[in-house]
Design a binder for this molecule. Structure first.
Ligand code: 13P
Ligand code: SF4
Length: 305
């Protein structure tokens, strides 16, 4: 089969079977073109909650499929590639967080959505990169224990100086590949370009940015800007998606190493087989985890409104 034939089959199958295909924007281009919805972590959770399809296929990493299952426990949720995990989500588990919380009595525990369902059961509030600042401002406590990404945490703490933050030393190994030297070299090569960066990057990189935001935030900012050239400081799929969306503008990756191999492990054929019922993994979670992990996600949606 050619790429085009597989894409046509995917679109036909998802319509015939009333399946909602969600794709994180770090997915490969050819896969994004076949999905019902492409977006950042916050958008994916909102779409999952709103969709009326009985089955959702997640083209993303495991914590994203688990989040869909928590929000929509009656739906059948399939992770298109069962091997797609998030190394940052694996940096903390329920036991570690339970222990850490004992050192911070009186703090509200805030977890990045990039955490396992089991870890979420011992969190007070979840955040995504797009809504972290707003949600944390709206928490009625000025003491925040933020896990696992200390870079996103550092960014939020600078925007919300009135609160006191405690962190663990976790982070995204993909975004950490962008160095200040990469940014300096890219700026020298493209002096007129705006530098758009994801808050998962090292704070020294984030400090050099013209705009800091989530995946969707970066894309919207570039699409709505009058500028013609952009340096992209996030996973490099975004460079390609933006170049397709705005052929009159030019987009450059700040580092050719900013590639998430977990996100890219999901292929078009994985999605095709998952739709045929011959691939992927159905996400099942014990009833107590579904119940206890829901609270912090509901808080995220409520405080982010
Ligand atoms: P957002 O989708 O919130 O931009 O986060 C990026 C990311 O690294 C997802 O794993
Ligand atoms: Fe995890 Fe980073 Fe990959 Fe996102 S980009 S899935 S945070 S490793």
């Amino acid at each position: 089969m050619t790429t085009r034939e597989v894409q046509d089959a995917i679109v036909r199958l998802r319509k015939e079977n009333n399946v909602c295909v969600l794709a994180h924007a770090y997915m490969r281009r050819e896969l994004c073109e076949t999905a019902d919805y492409v977006g950042d972590s916050f958008g994916l959770s909102q779409q999952a909650a709103a969709s009326d399809a009985e089955t959702v296929i997640m083209c993303g990493v495991r914590f994203m499929a688990e989040t869909v299952k928590i929000l929509a426990p009656d739906k059948k949720v399939i992770l298109a590639n069962p091997d797609a995990g998030c190394p940052m989500a694996d940096q903390i588990d329920r036991e570690m967080l339970t222990q850490l919380k004992q050192s911070y009595p009186g703090y509200t525990t805030v977890a990045y959505i990039n955490t396992a369902a089991e870890t979420k059961t011992v969190c007070d509030v979840c955040v995504t990169s797009s809504a972290a600042v707003k949600i944390i401002r709206n928490i009625p406590n000025d003491k925040i224990l933020f896990v696992p990404d200390c870079n996103l945490g550092d960014y939020v703490a600078k925007q919300v100086p009135e609160k006191e933050f405690a962190f663990m030393r976790g982070g995204c190994p993909t975004h950490l590949r962008i160095t200040p030297a990469d940014v300096a070299a890219a700026k020298e090569k493209h002096p007129d370009a705006l530098f758009l960066v994801h808050p998962e990057c090292n704070p020294k990189v984030t400090a050099m940015a013209d705009y800091v935001g989530s995946t969707t935030g970066i894309m919207d900012h570039a699409m709505n800007s009058n500028k013609k050239e952009f340096l992209i400081g996030t996973e490099n799929s975004i460079v390609q998606h933006l170049q397709f969306s705005c052929p009159d503008k030019r987009f450059y990756a700040v580092s050719k190493d900013c590639v998430c191999h977990n996100m890219h492990s999901t292929t078009l054929m994985d999605l095709y087989y998952a739709l045929k019922g011959d691939g992927g993994e159905e996400i099942t979670l014990p009833a107590d985890i579904l119940r206890d992990a829901r609270h912090c996600i509901d808080e995220m949606l409520r405080l982010g409104r």
